[in-house]
Design a protein around this ligand. Structure first.
Ligand code: DC
Length: 236
């Protein structure tokens, strides 16, 4: 029988999955796994090596030759606002993968089925050895279909665009809200219409709309639910 506790969170871009998952993991003492960061790191690798993002075999071969590590940020140096630490071949790329270019690149490499298989396997290995809050686009139905709690975290387009816009401005990027909205729409379309494992809501997922909620309220709601599941598990 599986011994780890698994929380699987899916949802569209900029729905607040990262911040919510990080805070939830911190509260529960779980590992936070940002699977999008793995697709972003792959895009960064391919871009740096000037490999065509559609060339599946080359992209996978490049990833397999590289060493990708992820961990909760270590104090004091890594507590600089990041949600997770990503080390690629010994280099801290936690911020380098957060550019708009890597985000768009990630949604392109995410359509490659061999790459998805490779990353899904890595993600399943991580979740089999420790309690996790894992978030992405295919966690509830592909990576962790037997998770203890499945959540589809979402928010309306306006709220998502406003949040992502603020994030870009904080990083000093000069970009209009219109440009952010169209980037989000473009990535939603790619994530929901790709042939392999498109983003979708599974029947047993809890659909949580965060448009009108503060981050702490969302974390409280989920933590309460986790407590109920744990109580039920011990009573069974
Ligand atoms: O969550 P994010 O913006 O960092 O994700 C980057 C891209 O990676 C996004 O366009 C969709 C893709 N992705 C995916 O296909 N499957 C996942 N489990 C996580 C992310």
């Amino acid at each position: 029988m599986r011994k780890t506790f698994q929380i699987a969170i899916d949802g569209p871009v900029a729905a607040g999955k990262g911040t919510v998952s990080r805070l939830l993991a911190q509260r529960l003492g779980f590992l936070y796994v940002d699977t999008g960061a793995m697709y972003r790191a792959t895009a960064l690798l391919a871009l740096r090596h000037e490999i065509d993002l559609n060339d599946e075999d080359k992209v996978v071969a490049l990833l397999e030759k590289s060493k990708l590590e992820m961990r909760n940020p270590l104090p004091p140096k890594e507590l600089d606002g990041r949600l997770t630490t990503v080390i690629l071949d010994g280099e801290d790329v936690s911020w380098a993968i957060r550019t708009q270019k890597c985000g768009i690149g990630a949604s392109k490499v995410a359509v490659l089925s061999k790459l998805r298989k490779t990353l899904v396997k890595k993600q399943q290995e991580i979740a089999s050895t420790q309690d996790v809050v894992m978030e992405g686009r295919d966690i509830t139905f592909r990576v962790l279909p037997d998770a203890d709690l499945k959540i589809f975290l979402t928010a309306n387009l306006q709220a998502r665009a406003a949040r992502r816009h603020t994030q870009y401005l904080t990083k000093g990027m000069n970009i209009t809200i219109e440009a952010v909205t169209s980037e989000i729409k473009e990535r939603d379309t790619r994530d929901m219409q790709r042939k392999i494992d498109p983003l979708r809501i599974v029947p047993d997922a809890w659909v949580l709309d965060t448009s009108e909620l503060k981050i702490e309220e969302v974390v409280d709601l989920i933590a309460d639910k986790v407590q109920k599941i744990r109580n039920r598990n011990t009573n069974e």
